[in-house]
Design a binder for this molecule. Structure first.
Ligand code: HEM
Length: 153
């Protein structure tokens, strides 16, 4: 029997044709990812706790900054961690040093925005080591964009 006369070949040709048609006319091509909001370039500067607070990631247009041991890092690309829905959102726009030292994201790890910078002098050796380890993590992963200084008033 010639291949054209074999009904199995007709069925196979029909299936192949159907698959090819769907492949080339499919409208389910993956859509490009939504564009990320453009953020203004940051110039290295000093931030008081009050000035740092607005960079808390509450809107996608705002960069997220965070202070660790007096250094201010741009953690915007870690928005999943530090955005409003993130597990470490408390740290956004704040001095996270005490929380990192004590491995706690409790709200009472944060010093008041209008108060003095946490001196951290009460930390024990393990807590100091934990904080230094975290400081190394942030230094290696995020851009240093400033220094934390005392409020002016
Ligand atoms: C409940 C236990 C916890 C779990 C299961 C957990 C899980 C994780 C995971 C999976 C990551 C991502 C690691 C990576 O991709 O590099 C991470 C990162 C992180 N965690 Fe936790 N964590 C916990 C507790 C904590 C606590 C108590 C703190 C408080 C200091 C904390 C602070 C952080 C920070 C600062 C990062 C780094 C985020 C970054 O790289 O920007 N975690 N955690």
């Amino acid at each position: 029997m010639s291949s054209l006369a074999n009904p199995v070949n007709w069925v196979l040709a029909a299936v192949l044709g159907y698959i090819s048609y769907n492949y080339f006319t499919s409208s389910t091509a993956p859509s490009p990812p939504a564009p990320r909001p453009k953020h203004a370039a940051l110039v290295f500067r000093e931030y008081t706790p009050k000035e740092l607070e607005p960079f808390n990631g509450s809107t996608p247009e705002t960069r997220i900054l965070m202070a660790v041991k007096g250094n201010v890092y741009d953690v915007t690309r870690g928005r999943n961690f530090y955005g409003p829905e993130g597990p470490y959102g408390n740290f956004a726009g704040r001095d996270a040093s005490r929380g990192l030292a004590k491995n706690s994201f409790d709200k009472d790890m944060l010093s008041p925005i209008d108060g003095p910078i946490d001196t951290l002098t009460d930390l024990d050796d393990d807590e100091k080591e934990s904080l230094n380890d975290w400081a190394g993590h942030f230094e290696g992963k995020y851009q240093l964009v400033g220094k934390l200084i005392e409020n002016k008033d």
